[in-house]
Design a binder for this molecule. Structure first.
Ligand SMILES: *Cc1c(COP(=O)(O)O)cnc(C)c1O
Length: 469
């Protein structure tokens, strides 16, 4: 069953193995003396034989340690893991086990949470266009917080809550005019985006008034902001916190209520390459507590209960994608393309955001001499690039295993079936044991959705509302 080629079956070698760049690899990643990577105590050559490639390997201990670090950073607050980064039932259970809360933004994500009986009070449901049906399900499940995102939604949710005989706890999504980009943030007066209520225009204060007026159906517990993603400094968070506390003071002055909660969203950056220097969670937590504490003191407000919603920073660094090299095309004087057995169907970030990665030959040490190559996938699209300009040993060859680290967030969750490729499995590894938590998608899985009905007799698919869990 081994697919090992001659190249990866070399005898033990004395070629020095360059150390792993710690910040981009999962916590338990380590190199054996023969150049083979281990994660969760398991060798990737053996993992590839058992689970095939491409595959995601998720370091469970790393995930739990990150969850604990966030929990420790906000001992009196709430840490919502942003499920959209990567959610499956195992992860939802780990989140629950570690005492964290969970942030969902669709009925599908809510269904995952409900399927493991995630404590409803610890769920938060956000999104700019939740359907009435999604709102009904969220209210029926007892979701702890629903984040209101539009005037239409205030009416919609009030109607749903009244019908259910529930007074729903809500937050209001505010756009504080701080928009974070990868390495910088821009503060704008006009908030040109689909999410939330603008602070500067007065829409946020207007929404707050309307929600307070619907007090029979809605209990306004606080404000919510999320300024962006892959952020590397605390300046953007600081400015957002400053403005949000200012709004809390305005609300007190205008309505005589001190809202008890402030949710500052997610967005903390991670290292994808050796050049990225993410902030430690403890530092971010300290900064946020300090800023909010100071702003509240000067506004004469009690410090609200803080909430944060890390997605990428929790799961991104815990996972690697393992690929097998299929072809190597050298174009002398131009570039070398190294093709692997996955691509834009398991990593859309490179095509979508021009994201940068590192990659490593992980089944043997390889030649000491390295070349800068373009790591590409198998899809029929020239933009199907896994990683631009990565340094691999000059003798990289078909059969070799290549790993790309920091692929835990927004990879499997954004994966597609382009070219009828099945999405890769997610395998949790921990202390020398591996367990599939999301299995590989097969051709049968893909064909199951394809209704071949030559007689036009009508599809026998599920009726609306039957689909779901
Ligand atoms: C996407 C999102 C998050 C998580 O963002 P990360 O960059 O993954 O931390 C948190 N909150 C909201 C509202 C989001 O939309």
């Amino acid at each position: 069953m081994s697919q090992a080629s001659g190249a990866s079956a070399t005898t033990p070698v004395a070629v020095p193995v360059a150390p792993l760049e710690e910040q981009v690899w999962p916590a338990t990643a380590a190199l054996d003396s023969d150049g083979v990577l281990r994660v969760g105590g398991l060798r990737v050559d053996e993992l590839a034989d058992e689970f095939g490639t491409p595959a995601f390997f998720l370091d469970e201990d790393d995930f739990r340690a990150r969850a604990q670090a966030w929990r420790a950073g906000f001992p009196d607050g709430d840490v919502y893991y942003a499920g959209k980064a990567f959610l499956c039932r195992a992860v939802a259970r780990w989140v629950a086990d570690e005492g964290l809360s969970l942030d969902v933004c669709t009925g599908g994500e809510l269904a995952v949470a409900a399927s493991v009986d995630f404590p409803p009070a610890r769920l938060l449901f956000h999104g700019n266009n939740k359907s009435v049906e999604e709102l009904r399900r969220a209210v029926a499940y007892g979701v702890g917080r629903i984040v209101l995102d539009s005037f239409a939604e205030i009416e919609r949710l009030a109607t749903v809550a009244r019908a259910a005989g529930v007074r729903q706890r809500v937050l209001i999504r505010v756009t504080p005019g701080v928009e974070a980009h990868t390495h910088e943030y821009i503060a704008t007066g006009q908030e040109d985006q689909k999410f939330g209520f603008s602070l500067a225009s007065g829409a946020a204060l207007d929404a707050i008034g309307r929600v307070l007026a619907a007090t029979d159906a809605l209990e306004l517990v606080g404000l919510h902001a999320h300024i962006g993603s892959q952020i590397f400094d605390t300046a953007g968070f600081g400015l957002a916190a400053h403005r949000m506390v200012g709004l809390l003071a305005t609300v007190r002055d205008a309505h005589g209520v001190e809202l008890p909660e402030l949710d500052l969203g997610g967005g903390l950056g991670i290292a994808y390459t050796g050049e990225d220097a993410p902030l430690p969670v403890a530092d971010v937590a300290d900064r946020l507590h300090t800023i909010v504490g100071k702003e509240c003191a000067s506004a004469g407000l009690a410090v609200p209960r803080l909430a944060v919603e890390p997605g990428r920073a929790m799961v991104g660094p815990t996972t690697i994608t393992l690929y097998r090299v299929g072809t190597v095309k050298e174009l002398p004087g131009l570039r070398t393309y190294v093709s692997v057995d996955g691509g834009m169907s398991d990593n859309i970030r490179t095509a979508l955001y021009d994201a940068r990665y590192t990659a490593r030959l992980v089944s043997r040490p390889g030649a000491a001499e390295h070349h800068v190559v373009t790591l590409v996938g198998k899809h029929c699209e020239s933009g199907d690039v896994v990683a631009h300009d990565v340094s691999l040993p000059a003798d990289v060859a078909p059969g070799d295993l290549v790993a790309v680290p920091a692929t835990g967030a927004y990879h499997r969750s954004m994966a597609s079936n382009y070219n009828h490729v099945g999405r890769p499995p997610v395998v949790a590894v921990r202390a020398g044991a591996a367990r599939v938590v999301v299995r590989r998608e097969t051709e049968d899985d893909l064909l199951r959705l394809d209704v071949d009905d030559p007689a036009g007799a009508g599809a026998a698919g599920p009726k609306p509302g039957e689909a779901g869990r």
